[in-house]
Design a protein around this ligand. Structure first.
Ligand SMILES: [Cu+2]
Length: 463
């Protein structure tokens, strides 16, 4: 869901902060000037100033306080790339304030993050006119979790046709209970969409939900009110088509935002879109890997089972709005149901391969501490940010509701690796998946001394 007012305020504050850094008045903070303005007495001097009236002193303090707050906000900006182009051998004023300049060394053949590349995205919105019809058209390859569409090899933008259809589906949510999910294209999570920055998504949403609920798409990769929700709301048996230019790269959630929004999200209406970077030269994107997978964490809230005519508890449970309000899920799962990544479609790899997981967390309430037991993230593109240098050798990443991350792993030792939310009681609510790695043992890295051990009885993690 987009939150317009806070982000608007934030942008204004950031803009104001940047403006301070560019104006000559930024020299206001030089110690020498401070001494001149305070009659060489310094800030601690509380005596009346002979040269500046008390009224002016109050004004100066007010302005300086605001400016200091602006500088503080500026320094909190997660990406410093927008502080203007850097010249070789010149450390910008902002970077000089840091302990070290930004790291720009290439890692694993990856192109260093450059100002020109960032500016490319900052200005992508500036093109005017409806150019979508001039673009070549393609139908998006949509995949069901845990599959991911192949990497994009083209170096030009297209009009990318994406068709999503809503319907309901009774699924085996846990070993015990069935549950009627609200779906995009019949699956929870919905299809994985892969595109390229600069593409125009030609989105058609068709509502085949026989319950009569309207549905729409709020996509975090779309720019505009509602993230597209206002343009795509479709009533039963209705189709809506709208176009959205992708102005920035990254991994993003999309979800239904029809009222009541929490109910539509809690019942299964969400998925991921990966917008690949596209510098003016067309690339490069993330480092190549051997396998890519799509994993989405979500919660389900249900009422206690009703009692059937035979006196037994029903095997199908219904959504619980009070449970959602209390933020106490009954079920926490990867890829829509309890067995999705264990019995049904565990992830697979061979020893020696690099595995990438596009991981999203829709919540709707819980923040995930995503972790793969026994492995480590060679690269962690936190918050789905694929332009900044990745974290290296990270064990656990925080993924808030509505957030996503891209993690790469080198699978070295064969065996079963468990994907978990390290808020570990959620394991017993269903939050576990397996990555099975085949290959020759590596006792030099992980081996027994003496008799080999065995998984503990009833273990859910080390099968
Ligand atoms: Cu909906």
């Amino acid at each position: 869901m987009a939150w317009y007012l806070p982000s608007t305020i934030s942008r204004r504050l950031m803009s104001a902060a940047r403006g301070w850094g560019k104006r000559p008045s930024a020299t206001f903070f030089q110690p020498g000037l401070w001494s001149q303005m305070s009659g060489h007495r310094g800030l601690a001097n509380t005596k009346p100033n002979n040269h500046i009236s008390r009224k002016h002193q109050v004004a100066i303090m007010a302005v300086s306080g605001s400016a200091l707050a602006a500088i503080f906000l500026y320094r909190q900006t997660p990406a410093r790339m927008d502080s203007g182009p850097e010249k070789p051998g010149v450390v910008s004023r902002v970077n000089a304030a840091e302990k070290a300049p930004m790291v720009t060394l290439p890692l694993d053949g990856q192109e260093p993050t450059s100002h020109s590349r960032i500016l490319f995205y900052e200005r992508l919105y500036e093109e005017s006119g409806d150019t979508a019809l001039d673009l070549p058209q393609e139908d998006a390859i949509l995949t069901t979790a845990p599959s991911v569409p192949p990497p994009i090899t083209r170096d030009y933008p297209v009009l990318l046709n994406v068709s999503l259809t809503t319907s309901t589906k009774l699924v085996q949510l846990t070993n015990q209970y069935k549950y009627e999910q609200w779906t995009f294209n019949g699956t929870v999570p919905g299809p994985f969409i892969r595109a390229r920055a600069g593409d125009v998504i030609n989105l058609t949403l068709t509502n085949r939900d026989a319950t009569g609920n309207p549905h729409n798409i709020d996509c975090h990769a779309f720019t505009g009110p509602g993230g597209g929700a206002t343009l795509t709301t479709a009533e039963e048996n209705e189709s809506k088509t709208a176009r959205f230019k992708l102005l920035y790269p990254g991994l993003f959630l999309y979800h239904c935002a029809a009222a009541p929004v929490p109910v539509h999200i809690a019942n299964g209406m969400y998925g991921l879109i990966y917008v690949e970077p596209a510098s003016p030269s067309g690339g490069p994107t993330l480092p190549p890997v051997d396998r890519e997978y799509y994993v989405m964490q979500s919660e389900f809230y249900h009422e206690p089972p009703e009692v059937d005519d035979d006196g037994r508890p029903a095997r199908t449970v219904e959504f619980s709005y009070p449970g959602g309000m209390r933020e106490e899920p009954n079920i926490v799962v990867f890829n829509g149901h309890e067995a999705a990544l264990t019995r049904d479609k565990p992830l697979k790899a061979n020893a020696g391969e690099t595995v990438r997981v596009f991981f999203g967390n829709v919540g709707p309430n819980l923040t995930s501490a995503f972790h793969v037991i026994g492995s480590n993230f060679l690269r962690a593109y936190r918050d789905g940010d694929v332009l900044s240098p990745p974290g290296r050798f990270v064990s656990t990443v925080v993924v808030p509701p509505g957030g996503a991350t891209v993690v790469d792993m080198n699978m070295v030792v064969p065996g079963t690796y468990a994907l978990v939310d390290h808020a570990i009681f959620r394991l017993d609510k269903g939050a576990v998946g397996f990555l099975n790695v085949s290959g020759a043992p590596r006792p030099d890295i992980s081996g027994s001394v003496g008799a080999a051990g065995a998984p503990c009885v009833g273990c859910k993690l080390h099968a």
